[in-house]
Design a protein around this ligand. Structure first.
Ligand SMILES: Nc1ncnc2c1ncn2[C@@H]1O[C@H](COP(=O)(O)OP(=O)(O)OP(=O)(O)O)[C@@H](O)[C@H]1O
Length: 220
């Protein structure tokens, strides 16, 4: 599902640079990524999602060679293949929770919004315990509720790859387990691959494999 070789990326302006000699993730694998703050874990997820393009190296994700795709093609790739749960949720403040969950269908990247999708959005919200909050805007939601909206949005397109950046960080231990169960159950149903950054070591036994980011990246 993910194959990266000699990947390198630097933010414009000569700040942080990331080099990853090799990363391989198999289809349907659930991989956790741990590592200290500020070492580039989010940057790697952004590369794998096609949100930014590597400066050099090879990166194939779900059969697409991301190194060769232009911005528009990478956006289409992301919409159709990737569910991304952002660390800061990245909800749209002028849309309510239900509209946020359906956001991937608003951005005109070829996904078709029909009754089945709407039912799926409601079912996900129900399973995440936020069905009663669907009319609320992000500013009126707690951090944990916003996070669950973000998780529903990532799953509603039934992506083959789920990228999660601290997806359960704002949840109490009980809700955290329940949301992770949901995430993994849906991933199994969809035969989706999960690559999840977490600082929560209690969750690590739930993954097929855990990568220590320090061993993945090449020191600058
Ligand atoms: N858009 C940006 N422009 C310039 N530098 C950035 C940008 N985004 C992140 N960085 C820098 O890149 C480095 C790696 O950040 P990144 O968010 O990838 O780390 P991380 O391992 O995910 O951290 P955390 O665990 O705290 O989320 C940091 O030094 C950060 O300040």
């Amino acid at each position: 599902m993910i194959a990266a070789r000699d990947l390198s990326f630097a933010y414009p302006g000569g700040g942080f640079a990331l080099k990853v000699p090799a990363l391989d993730v198999a289809p349907s694998e659930r991989v956790g990524v741990i590592g200290p703050s500020g070492t580039g874990k989010t940057t790697l997820l952004n590369l794998v999602a096609g949100m930014v393009r590597a400066d050099a190296g090879a990166l194939t994700v779900a059969g697409s060679d991301l190194a060769t795709l232009d911005d528009a093609a990478r956006r289409r790739f992301r919409a159709t293949h990737v569910g991304f749960i952002f660390q800061n949720f990245a909800l749209v403040d002028y849309l309510n929770a239900y509209e946020n969950i359906l956001y991937p269908y608003r951005v005109g990247l070829g996904l078709r919004l029909d009754a089945q999708v709407r039912d799926r959005a409601r079912a996900l919200a129900e399973a995440c315990g936020i069905a009663h909050r669907l009319k609320s805007h992000p500013a009126a939601l707690s951090g944990g509720e916003q996070q669950r909206v973000a998780i529903c949005r990532a799953l509603v397109t039934q992506p083959k790859l789920i990228l999660a950046d601290e997806a359960t960080g704002n949840l109490d231990p009980e809700t955290k387990e329940a949301i992770l169960d949901l995430l993994f159950d849906r991933a199994s149903d969809m035969q989706a691959t999960v690559l999840a950054v977490t600082h929560d070591h209690d969750l690590l036994p739930r993954f097929d494999r855990v990568i220590d980011f320090a061993t993945l990246r090449q020191p600058a």
